[in-house]
Design a protein around this ligand. Sequence first.
Ligand code: AGP
Length: 625
Amino acid sequence: MSRDIIYCAAGNRVLIVCGIIGVCQREKLVLGEPIGSFLKKALQRLEYRGYDSVGFAVIDKDRRITLRKKKGKLAEIENILGFDAFDGVVGIAHTRWATHGEPSDRNAHPHIDCNGCVVVIHNGTLQNYQELKELLISRGHLLRSDTDTELIAHIIEEKIREGLTPLEALRETVKTIKGAYAFLAYICKEPDKIFFAKNVSPIVIGLGNGFNMIASDIPAMISHTKRVIVVEDGEMGYISPDTIYIEKDNNTPIDPMSRVITVDWTPEMIDKGGYPHYMAKEIYEQPIAIRSTLAGLPDQITDEILRILLRARRIYIAGAGTSYHAAMVIDFMMRNIVDLDSRSFISSEYLSTLRSLDDNDVFIAVSQSGETIDTLMAMRRAKSMNAKVIAVTNVLGSTIAREADYKIYMRAGPEIGVAATKTFATEVITGAYIVEKLCLVRGIECSQLSKEIRISPSITELIINKYFKEMESLSKILKEARNMYFLGRGSTLPISYEGALKVKEISYIHAEAYPAGESKHGPIALVEPGFPVVFTIFDDEYGELIINNIEEMKARGAYTIIAASENLERQLKLANKPIALPTMRTPVASAPYVAIHQMLAYNLAVSRGYDPDKPRNLAKTVTVE
Ligand code: AGP
């Protein structure tokens, strides 16, 4: 996962994701298909990197440039863009995950300079975007979009206008921009080449016979070559049909052939970066998703947001499915740590829950996609009653973000697996970060919370690496189960609901969660020898209370699986399957600890022969009420 990291101003690691692809061929059809068709297929393999807008440019042998781009998912707009109709000798294409400038036709890539002689696509974020923009505008450049990428085209144009060669212009441009970038530039002065430069964002060159390619990731090129060169930070150069030129800082050429590696992946695996399923990949992406999200929060959690939360008569926090479970964790922290009057509810219950709100109330919409209709309708109802609305989402420019008064973006990167994983963790961490800030304003002691927020990425990494295999073997023990319980108390109730949802939605075992104290009032009637019961326990005031609930389940022969802080030895001793986790004392633990439930559900699905990525009857984003 490390190839998608930048260091933001605060020195934190941040994840940035778009998909870029470029190809130069000696003549038409060397690839065995029109260059437009190749570009389209390459984007399909890069779409997991971002899919809010798409574009390409094809240059034919007479240097005519055809540029097409549009907002939307590739599958929805590929016919409108007409990829297959275009052949040529040079082609570049891009699938976007918006960072600068909302998804729109004008912000889609490629971007051009004033005269259309420089065409650029880019994956990354320029940190000196604002000053460069003002400088270029003051020098009379015509900017057509809100993107940082377009600035690169105009800077190259400036350098060419000063009489530099395209390679010299590339060098000077790289000296001018700051941040993360992997960009490709077609410069009409040298029409058989694609120029490139890399800092942090990934670039890989693919070697061919009569053609060469360059892309964000290997999947885009694997259909035509397995021989690749991974470009390193600070390197730049160009490809042409028969040449690959790479140089490092101060113009030192590198022998590209000494860097060629051969890839031996199956096509299926490639789409998932070497993982068998998107869900597995996204489980492993959680540490960086959390780090990236944390890096992006300081600028977004403004004093104004903190003020309206602290002055609120009541705070309503709504979400659906996994996002509702994250809303429960945020609600628990607001009530129990900051002592605010908050309540979480399932979005689709908005009619009965949102009664007589006014501008003294705050509504927080939690939604990774930002498109879930239940949460949108709940938000609109709160807004119609003048409540102040905050959106916590993972998708820039999504409907819920657009309609909210305040937007807080997570940076989990695209989540393709239908079962939400990394976005639960980033939603919990976003809520914890807000609660930490509220404590600091109110002078409430929160050092343990702060510590656990900062260590949560490394704890998550540790838990995943230590327990993935164990959850695989546990799933083999449980795979014939027809029912399961996930039990918690207080702080561990939300994560228990999330565990039950994950098992239900991808392994189709009926799993139920409820407060452990409720067992003796009915649910325990279902328990018989071997009945799997998963307990989750943090090292907090509920850790002792739950012991009786474990005992009563054991007395009926339940198979107890206990995921608990490692210092809770008495509790862990009661387990048929103890899972000792790094000690955590605050609800932040929900983010790292949920990996256990995700990995159990994932392996249960696989061991029962189901595809965890394409669960039946479910869609990633639910846009119907
Ligand atoms: C969770 O794994 C499911 N995909 C589903 O419950 C999901 O959490 C729910 O539809 C909410 O989606 P959102 O976060 O995009 O609003």
